[in-house]
Design a protein around this ligand. Structure first.
Ligand code: FES
Length: 170
């Protein structure tokens, strides 16, 4: 268990939160409004929407009559819950020792610079989320970067730039 990393909350995310709150109301209608339903409700919202919008968490708090601070506390305590949406493309860079000694940090810096975000953040157009992972278990291929479900071994800064350029062309 850990704490989800909060990222920037640009206007585009706030607007989307408002639209999503009506979807949350639909989910809430499936529950009786008891406090013991907090975790199942959070899980269902996360599963359907991909994250827990701020407006939705406030709505949930009212529905089950719990302080907002309690609901936010639970949502940030469990790593399974995300408070911001992830981008359509998920880029994960290994930060394990095997990858580190083969240049993973330079690759991460390149991706951060190209995308204009830091690890743990999502671009404001919601196209990319950049994350680091302790180890993918593919150390023989170090340095490793995973883009969505595709594993790229023996990564270089040049290859990383090419992958981004190809994605942006599509
Ligand atoms: S250290 Fe990078 S895959 Fe294991």
């Amino acid at each position: 268990m850990g704490i989800s990393q909060p990222t920037k909350a640009p206007e585009i995310i706030r607007e989307r939160d408002e639209i999503l709150s009506s979807q949350i109301n639909e989910i809430l209608e499936l529950y009786r409004g008891e406090r013991s339903e907090l975790i199942p409700i959070l899980q269902e919202v996360q599963q359907r929407l991909g994250y827990l919008p701020e407006a939705g968490l406030k709505r949930i708090a009212r529905y089950i009559d719990l302080p907002e601070s309690t609901v936010f506390g639970v949502a940030t305590f469990y790593a399974q819950f995300k408070l911001v949406p992830t981008g359509r493309n998920m880029i994960r860079v290994c930060r394990g020792t095997g990858c580190y000694v083969r240049g993973a940090s330079q690759i991460l810096e390149t991706l951060e610079r190209e995308l204009g975000i830091k690890a743990g953040e999502t671009t404001s157009d919601l196209e990319y989320t950049l994350e680091t992972v302790a180890c993918f278990g593919s150390c023989a291929l170090a340095p490793v970067v995973v883009v969505n479900d595709r594993v790229y071994g023996r990564m270089t800064t040049e290859k990383a730039q090419k992958i981004l350029a190809n994605k942006k062309e599509k």
